[in-house]
Design a protein around this ligand. Structure first.
Ligand code: HEC
Length: 110
C-alpha cells in the first residue's frame, strides 16, 4: 500500500515536470525573443508570424544555418553567431514554431 502510493506520487511528479518543462521552453523562447529580436522585428506575434511552422523548422536546422544566413550583413550578425544565441536558440525555435503563421495560435500578452 505504501509502495504503490509512492509509485503513484513519482508518476505525478514526473508528469508535472514534463509539462512544466515543455511550456518553460516556449516561455523562455518568448522572453528571449522579446529581449533580442523585438527591436528589429516587432512583438512576439508579429515575429512568429513571419514564417510558417515548416519554415521555422528548416531555419533552425543545422545549428540555425538558414537563420544565420538571413542575418548575414545585418546588425544582428554578431549576435546570431554568438554563444549566448546558441544557448537560447532551441527555446526561441520552440516559441517561434509554436506560434508560426499557420499554427492558428496567438501568444498571450506579447
Ligand atoms: C539588428 C536588427 C535585427 C535583430 C536583432 C534580429 N534581426 Fe532578423 N533580420 C534583420 C534584418 C535586417 C533581416 C533581413 C531583412 C529582412 O528580411 O527583414 C532579418 C531577417 C530575418 C528573418 C527572415 C525574414 C524574411 O523575410 O525571410 C527572420 C525570420 C528573422 N530575421 C527573425 C529574427 C529573430 C527570430 C531574431 C531574434 C533572434 C532576429 N531576427 C534578430 C534584423 C534583425
Amino acid at each position: 500500500m505504501k509502495k504503490s502510493t509512492s509509485a503513484f506520487m513519482a508518476v505525478l511528479v514526473a508528469v508535472g515536470m514534463m509539462s512544466s518543462l515543455a511550456s518553460a521552453d516556449i516561455g523562455k523562447g518568448k522572453t528571449a525573443y522579446l529581449k533580442k529580436c523585438k527591436t528589429c522585428h516587432g512583438n512576439g506575434i508579429k515575429g512568429a508570424k513571419m514564417k510558417t511552422q515548416a519554415e521555422w523548422n528548416a531555419a533552425f536546422e543545422n545549428n540555425g544555418a538558414q537563420f544565420k544566413a538571413w542575418h548575414k550583413g545585418t546588425k544582428a550578425e554578431d549576435y546570431v553567431n554568438s554563444s549566448s544565441f546558441e544557448k537560447k536558440m532551441q527555446d526561441m525555435r520552440d516559441f517561434l514554431f509554436e506560434y508560426g503563421s499557420d499554427s492558428g495560435k496567438e501568444p498571450s500578452c506579447s
